[in-house]
Design a protein around this ligand. Structure first.
Ligand SMILES: Cc1ncc(COP(=O)(O)O)c(C=O)c1O
Length: 361
């Protein structure tokens, strides 16, 4: 008799990452397209080299499970006390910990759709039910409809802003009105994975909101703007009892010592990174304008990617881009199809725009 795998996993798709194709430009995973800063590379090298037999921090030792130095750096960076902070193996690991902490069998987890692909997966892993509220005709989260969809079974709501993959951001005023409507016993996660690319003055600061409202958690990552996608570092700001619960469901030592050292260095180098974020923002405007002038619909994005709601032409467009050695991310039609394109270096963006323009002509 075969091993009995949980019924809940039978129809659960595994997470599908953006594809890497040798020789092609990858604009499929919203990474930062710049080399590692020397100060970060030095911190990584030092963390690896610190392996003398008497060292207490070399990679022959387990990492600091409490991520003491990193939490201290994050505390300085966010203004939140250390007790209100947790770091994890990417913010996606924290997403899973959050669901595990607050939603079990039959509980409802609500989010806009389309939104981050991992939300329905981490929800169903625990046996909770994903409730997907369609985005507006303008591809923005429909916070009114999301508040209307809250039931006594709702335990958790993900508000992804800027939203992956549509790029739209909610305003601070709209988020506050939404939070006023949602019960205090429902956890609202403000997923700010792309916040450093958000140039709107009306956007919320989730970490500040999380310090005012005990049912709000701000989720952030160093994978995008900080260029550490390969090292896996995310963090959350929330009320202490919730942080305590997230610690209980964490996989021990999941955040390795090299990643912790690199994250501290990257946070300290925010001023060096900022010009890169500014270039992404100006390139985003250029890519958006060029696409629009060619006839594509492109919602205004506050992230490091743009969304092309191509519906049933999404896969065809992605295949055309691949023929031009550019890998983009297409999402199936049934769920509101489209193509998400990361903003890369100016040369990479030119290569994508050449491909996109030739699709139209
Ligand atoms: C909205 C959003 N949240 C969280 C994540 C997870 O990022 P990471 O696990 O690399 O921190 C992603 C990654 O694409 C994302 O788009």
């Amino acid at each position: 008799m075969p091993v009995r795998i949980r019924e809940a996993l039978a129809t659960l798709p595994a997470y599908a990452p953006g594809r890497t194709v040798p020789g092609a430009v990858k604009l499929a995973s919203n990474e930062l397209s710049y080399p590692t800063l020397p100060v970060v590379a030095d911190a990584i090298a030092a963390a690896v080299a610190d392996d003398s037999p008497t060292s207490v921090a070399g990679i022959n030792r387990y990492p600091d499970n409490g991520a003491t130095n990193l939490l201290a750096a994050l505390s300085g960076y966010t203004g939140a006390p250390v007790g209100r902070l947790i770091a994890g193996c990417g913010s996606v690991a924290l997403c899973q910990q959050i669901v595990q902490a607050v939603a079990g069998d039959g509980d409802q987890v609500l989010f806009g759709w389309r939104s981050f692909e991992a939300y329905p997966i981490v929800t169903r892993i625990t046996g909770a039910l994903p409730i997907q509220v369609p985005v507006t005709a303008g591809h923005a989260l429909d916070l009114d409809a999301m508040a209307d969809a809250v039931t006594p079974q709702t335990r958790l709501i993900f508000v992804c802003t800027p939203n992956n993959p549509t790029g739209t951001a909610v305003t601070s005023a709209d988020l506050e009105s939404f939070l006023d409507r949602v019960g205090d016993d429902v956890l609202v996660v403000v997923d700010e994975a792309y916040r450093e690319f958000d140039s709107s003055p009306d956007s919320p600061d989730g970490a500040a909101v999380a310090q005012r409202r005990p049912n709000v958690l701000a989720l952030r990552t160093l994978s995008k703007a900080y260029g550490l996608a390969g090292l896996r570092v995310g963090y959350a700001v929330a009320d202490e009892p919730l942080i305590e619960a997230l610690r209980k469901v964490a996989i021990p030592f999941a955040l390795n010592s090299v990643a912790q050292a690199a994250a501290v260095a990257a946070l300290g180098a925010a001023d060096e990174l900022r010009p890169r974020w500014e270039q992404v923002i100006s390139e985003r405007a250029r890519v958006t304008e060029t696409l629009r002038s060619t006839g594509f619909e492109v919602p205004t994005s506050q992230a490091n990617f743009v969304w092309l709601p191509l519906q049933d032409r999404a896969a065809d467009f992605a295949a055309h881009c691949e023929q031009h050695a550019v890998i983009v991310r297409s999402f199936s039609h049934a769920d509101g199809g489209g193509v998400r394109v990361t903003i890369g270096s100016p040369a990479e963006n030119d290569q994508f725009l050449a491909a996109a323009t030739s699709y139209r002509s």
